[in-house]
Design a binder for this molecule. Structure first.
Ligand code: FES
Ligand code: FES
Length: 154
């Protein structure tokens, strides 16, 4: 099938199979390897991207669902060749250890902050509940998102 969609605000045209996963289109066809594959079953959040304004698991979205959609990956957050404010705050708050969960975690946080610029701790926890971190940095992650909200830097 011919697929036209948007990735990080760039129009993309692909000739692909309808049942290919967004995760594979990003990593294999577009070279955007910041989106990680963990479970491949919608359970870990490592593959989280923003799809039409909402956090979504790229391992659970198929090419056939993507026509005309807008996808943001971690690569799309950089600002003028630099890390975004939210990424910098994650680093400053030591909310990154091995980094495997980090792109998905940051995109879930970004999606939350787009809708709720001043979330409660409970809302932050709920928004990140689908993102697993095996390095157990949850307190630092919560602090980073709270600080980004407080400072309006996301
Ligand atoms: S790889 Fe998609 S949710 Fe785990
Ligand atoms: S920082 Fe290692 S899995 Fe989260």
């Amino acid at each position: 099938m011919k697929l036209t969609f948007w990735v990080n605000e760039k129009p993309i045209e692909l000739d692909t199979e309808p049942d290919r996963r967004l995760l594979d289109l990003l990593r294999e066809d577009l070279g955007l390897t910041g989106t990680k594959e963990g479970c491949g079953e919608g359970e870990c959040g490592a593959c989280t991207v923003i799809l039409d304004g909402e956090a979504a698991h790229a391992c659970m979205v198929l090419a056939i669902q993507l026509e005309g959609c807008h996808v943001t990956t971690i690569e799309g957050l950089e600002e003028n060749g630099e890390l975004s404010a939210l990424q910098k705050i994650f680093a400053e708050e030591s909310a990154i250890q091995c980094g495997f969960c980090t792109p998905g975690m940051i995109l879930s946080a970004k999606a939350l902050l787009m809708h709720r610029p001043h979330p409660t701790d409970e809302e932050i926890r709920r928004a990140l509940a689908g993102n697993l971190c095996r390095c157990s940095g949850y307190q630092q992650i919560l602090r980073a998102v709270r600080r980004a909200a407080e400072e309006g830097r996301h």
